[in-house]
Design a protein around this ligand. Structure first.
Ligand code: UD1
Length: 443
């Protein structure tokens, strides 16, 4: 178990480099395994979820090797089993993407159902309906989904709620199906576009990614390629908010500002200034004598305000001048506000809405990160709080923020990672999990 220990109250200043997008990388890794031959993915974030996905792919017989810290080679030649490992799939919902891979390559997939999580019930019914529409027989038995098809045939599929995961899974399956598949009401997230770019460079024929109608003309096989993962818009938004909540001035490198229009608009309403300095280089700053202002926000699918930035934004608004109303429309994800309240925040939750009354200051406390983005919210609150905050559950933050303590320390935060071993606290600034870069192949 690890904790982050943060002594708040320092305005952050300096430069930080944003990693490749975790949510993109997870889909791209699975897509790369559709081909025989070695695809090279660059700018892959070295975070826990990526390591979990690499482990899952290896268990399926796919080669997944980091040959440098952010360069991942994937080769689907050895894909040998249609059954995905239970433990890993239960850990991470995106691992359900292997269902699309297995169905496309082997015409049979046996994948554990991901189950619920801290964000409430998260079914995969849209995915299953999509597989059925492509001609698969889908059964749920003993906690596993089994999908089988003698042939996959393209068709038109309407995706409920513009689901990101469903759009990705069906793109994977339809790429190697016979005929044309049209995904209507498809998700429009930049990660979907990134996936289409990779698949097309592997020989797929996909048009319309980034709009709500994606057309996929099936092909017989794909070939390996080389691809650069887009920057992580959620990590970038989080660091902009870190500048705002501490009254700081941070330059972020490797940012695609076009992917952040709505959140940046909202941040500017609070008084934060966000300026493009050069391509990929963005400055986020605020006059330290000016207090952040309250604003209202509602989460929505892209290009709306991302649900993944809602918890950190609530942390920011908790010290803004005035009352903000935050409506969450995608997931049930306000449980983290109990932890913010322990730090002095004044937040009331009514169903899908949080009413945030800005307080003058937060104070440090022992708190627990219950999920990845809740953890990011607590880190922001801690950076602004008076005194010391200890955040447990850091492993969840590691799922999507690469080396968070190093990056924050690099812009002046007083932060350290402490490992609890046999109840003894000790300091360790590395990421303590299987996710270390290994120069040798491991499967
Ligand atoms: C992805 C992102 C996650 C982000 C979310 C919304 C990844 C790995 N994860 O999650 O970070 O917060 O998009 O932008 O990219 N739903 C169903 N049935 C289904 C599928 C979804 O009811 O079969 C519901 C969900 O519960 C949710 C909504 O549809 O209420 C949207 O979920 P979806 O877009 O699928 O999110 P994920 O792909 O799980």
């Amino acid at each position: 178990m690890a904790r982050l220990v943060i002594r708040g109250g320092r305005p952050l200043r300096g430069e930080v480099s944003i990693s490749g997008a975790k949510n993109s990388a997870l889909a791209l890794m699975v897509a790369a395994a559709l081909a025989r031959g070695e695809t090279v993915l660059h700018n892959v974030p070295h975070d826990r979820d990526v390591m979990t996905m690499a482990d899952i792919l290896r268990e399926l017989g796919v080669k997944a090797v980091f040959v440098a810290p952010h360069e991942l080679h994937i080769d689907g030649t050895g894909l040998k089993t249609d059954t995905a490992p239970y433990e890993a799939v239960r850990q991470m919902r995106a691992s359900f993407y292997v269902a699309g891979l297995l169905l496309a390559r082997l015409r049979r997939a046996r994948v554990p159902l991901p189950g619920g999580c801290q964000l409430g019930s998260r079914p995969v019914d849209f995915h299953l309906r999509g597989f059925e529409a492509l001609g698969a027989r889908v059964n749920i038995e003993y906690g596993y989904m089994t999908a089988e098809a003698s042939r996959l045939a393209g068709t038109t599929i309407f995706i409920n709620r513009a689901s990101v995961g469903t759009t990705i899974n069906l793109m994977l399956a339809a790429t190697l199906a016979e005929g044309t598949t049209v995904l209507e009401n498809a998700a429009k997230e930049p990660e979907i576009v990134d996936l289409a770019v990779l698949l097309n460079s592997m020989g797929a024929r996909i048009r319309g990614a980034g709009t709500d109608a994606i057309r996929i003309d099936g092909v017989d096989e794909l070939h390996p390629t080389e691809h650069w993962v887009i920057p992580d818009r959620i990590e970038a938004g989080t660091y902009m908010m870190a500048a705002g909540i501490t009254g700081g001035d941070i330059v972020l490198n490797n940012v695609e500002l076009n992917h952040l229009r709505t959140p940046v608009g909202k941040l500017m309403e609070t008084g934060l200034r966000v300026e493009a300095e050069a391509p990929g280089r963005v400055r986020a700053f605020i006059d330290p004598h000016v207090r952040l202002r309250a604003t209202d926000v509602e989460t929505a699918p892209y290009p709306g305000f991302p649900t993944d930035l809602q918890p950190p934004f609530v942390a920011l608004l908790s010290v803004a001048d005035g009352t903000s109303v935050v409506r969450e429309t995608i997931f049930d994800r306000f449980r983290f506000v109990d932890e913010l309240r322990r730090m002095g925040a004044d937040i009331r939750v009514e169903r899908d809405t949080a009413i945030v009354r800005g307080v003058e200051k937060l104070t440090g406390a022992p708190v627990e990160a219950m999920d990845l983005r809740a953890g990011a919210a607590l880190v922001l609150a801690a950076l602004a709080a008076e005194g010391e905050t200890q955040i447990s559950g850091v492993e969840l933050i590691d799922r999507g923020y690469e080396e968070i303590e190093k990056k924050l320390a690099g812009v002046g935060a007083d932060i350290e990672r402490c490992e609890d071993r046999d109840g003894q606290g000790g300091s360790n600034s590395g990421i303590p999990h299987q996710g270390i870069w290994q120069p040798t192949p491991s499967g």
